[in-house]
Ligand binder design. Structure first.
Ligand SMILES: Cc1cc2nc3c(=O)[nH]c(=O)nc-3n(C[C@H](O)[C@H](O)[C@H](O)COP(=O)(O)OP(=O)(O)OC[C@H]3O[C@@H](n4cnc5c(N)ncnc54)[C@H](O)[C@@H]3O)c2cc1C
Ligand SMILES: [Zn+2]
Length: 311
């Protein structure tokens, strides 16, 4: 897939969230000094004001989320497929401006490859860009491919060519873009300017940084997570829904073929996250290793942001 996040801007930060929490009222915390009379932080009372960072962490961990709405992210997404854009738009608590297929010409549109096509290309060592070139010109594919896989690559390429041709033909015959666009596929690239607050973004990551999410949405989420983390490292406090709340709500899915891909499902592992049902049934928990989780997270981000294949 070709998803790209550009022009990311962050409005407000941890200090502003802490400020808003202080307006609401925030308790004091135990001072590390053990009530030393000369302590500058607590003057010997043993209780001190929390730092902005402590307040922020507490708000995220205790889910006092309305204060997080003051932090806002704006960015542009390019290379998302038109079909998957609908999934993005289901995240309603955000503002978006999309590329118009009524006003913009899609002659020669770019497109994403389905995960299965990417998998076949990878298996046979064919670069995606190389395949795209062949697809568009109708040039023959390498000889050595097994028949069924070759068939898939040829049929998908032919579909894109036919779609582009029908689109252009309609324009030649005097149709408007709003008519020609019916010939475009799910895979066609689109672009969005998106603005979302931190509370809603955490909800988005919670749902989409998960093996349950479609590969393209997961790729979008992973790329966005990496981009956000560069400017707002505090995003590291959150991950999928199971991690964020200590129990995964996907009770049934864990035992499905898709659920078996979940890296948090093994009760013997140091990064086990139980389902809510397992918690209610009183499952015994081992201590969770934050270090192991962080290593795993880096591997998942690497894999999900580079490939749309399974896993
Ligand atoms: C694995 C997966 C599979 C999915 N499959 C399908 C599917 O088959 N069909 C389908 O249509 N969608 C599907 N979705 C989309 C899903 O149902 C949500 O629409 C999408 O994930 C957006 O989540 P959201 O509503 O929490 O986000 P937002 O729309 O951004 O809302 C954020 C939060 O605001 C609150 N909220 C928003 N709107 C309302 C409202 N009207 N009433 C009350 N509270 C509200 C909720 O607390 C919500 O969590 C799927 C999502 C995932 C992750
Ligand atoms: Zn002190």
């Amino acid at each position: 897939m070709d998803i790209e996040i550009i022009n990311l801007r962050v409005f407000n930060g941890v200090e502003f969230v802490a400020r808003s929490a202080k307006v609401s009222g925030i308790g004091r915390v135990r001072c590390e000094c053990g009530s030393r009379r000369d302590c500058e932080r607590c003057s010997g009372s043993g209780m001190r004001e929390p730092t902005d960072e402590e307040i922020f962490r507490m708000i995220v961990e205790n889910d006092y989320s309305s204060a997080l709405e003051h932090v806002v992210f704006s960015f542009e997404i390019h290379g998302l497929s038109k079909g998957n854009a609908l999934e993005l738009l289901e995240h309603r608590i955000a503002s978006h401006t999309g590329r118009s297929t009524r006003y913009q010409s899609e002659v020669g549109f770019d497109f994403n490859l389905p995960p299965k096509v990417e998998e076949v290309l990878e298996k046979h060592g064919i670069a995606a860009e190389e395949y795209k070139k062949l697809a568009l010109t109708g040039a023959p594919l390498p000889e050595h491919l097994p028949e069924a896989e070759r068939g898939l690559l040829e049929e998908y390429a032919a579909l894109i060519r036919a779609s582009r041709k029908a689109y252009s033909r309609m324009l030649e015959l005097g149709a408007g873009k709003e008519s020609a666009r019916y010939a475009t596929p799910f895979a066609m690239h689109t672009a969005y300017t998106y603005t979302i607050n931190l509370r809603s973004l955490i909800n988005f990551f919670g749902l989409r940084l998960c093996v349950r999410a479609s590969p393209e949405m997961r790729e979008l989420a992973a790329k966005l997570y990496l981009a956000v983390r560069e400017k707002f490292p505090w995003i590291s406090l959150v991950w999928c829904r199971g991690y964020n709340s200590g129990a995964c709500p996907e009770n049934e899915v864990r035992d499905s073929p898709q659920g078996r891909e979940c890296p948090f499902r093994n009760p013997e592992s140091s990064v086990f996250i139980p389902t809510r049902r397992q918690v209610r049934a009183g499952i015994k928990l081992r201590p969770f290793s934050q270090q192991d989780f962080e290593r795993l997270r880096e591997r998942l981000l690497e894999r999900w942001s580079h490939s749309s294949g399974s896993g």
